[in-house]
Design a protein around this ligand. Sequence first.
Ligand SMILES: CC(C)(COP(=O)(O)OP(=O)(O)OC[C@H]1O[C@@H](n2cnc3c(N)ncnc32)[C@H](O)[C@@H]1OP(=O)(O)O)[C@@H](O)C(=O)NCCC(=O)NCCS
Length: 178
Amino acid sequence: MIKSAQQKSAQYKPISIKILQVEDVSEECIKWYSNKEVTRYSDNQYRSFSVEDQKNYVRSCLDNNDVDLYGIFFKSKHIGNIVISGLTSVHKRAEIAYFIGDTNCWGKGYGSYALAEIIKKAKTHYKLFKLYAGLAEGNKGSEAVLRKNGFTLEGRRKNHLFYSGKWCDQLDFGLIIQ
Ligand SMILES: CC(C)(COP(=O)(O)OP(=O)(O)OC[C@H]1O[C@@H](n2cnc3c(N)ncnc32)[C@H](O)[C@@H]1OP(=O)(O)O)[C@@H](O)C(=O)NCCC(=O)NCCS
């Protein structure tokens, strides 16, 4: 599964991921968070965002050895983020979370490709043993991205999340890195 997502990489050459820098934060990024489609399955629906706050967040990630925040870029256009956290864990496992903020870019394989890139880094750069991610039941796009990259369902937390006015289960996915 991992291989098949990565084998398609030639098709997604315009997509790259790189550690996000303070100067990458723009008004455009802030607009992502006011789009209910983007925040529907995330705690971001309860937060307010400003350019300054986002710059501070990026700075805090740059200063934190435990977290790396990557921007997802289409050519030079910033279209989303993918964050890996828990990098200093003695268990050699880290959590990932991601989103494509520019909804015009959804459904083109970019989310799957960005995740495949992080998996490569988890193996070769971070030397991790495992990656994991939690998602709200019903988030079909996110589930598909994980499954396409070889993640499997490890557990379900009942009524663990309150999103868009209702309780939903959290599905916990994991990938043992080979
Ligand atoms: C989840 C998300 C990252 C998916 O990114 P993407 O670039 O659109 O995903 P891909 O194009 O790589 O799609 C992968 C597969 O999922 C499918 N898919 C994508 N969105 C879907 C949806 N809403 N419903 C059903 N299937 C969906 C695609 O058809 C594709 O399947 P295929 O390979 O069989 O054709 C993006 O929709 C997003 O950012 N959503 C909002 C934030 C979010 O939910 N983040 C995850 C929190 S856990």
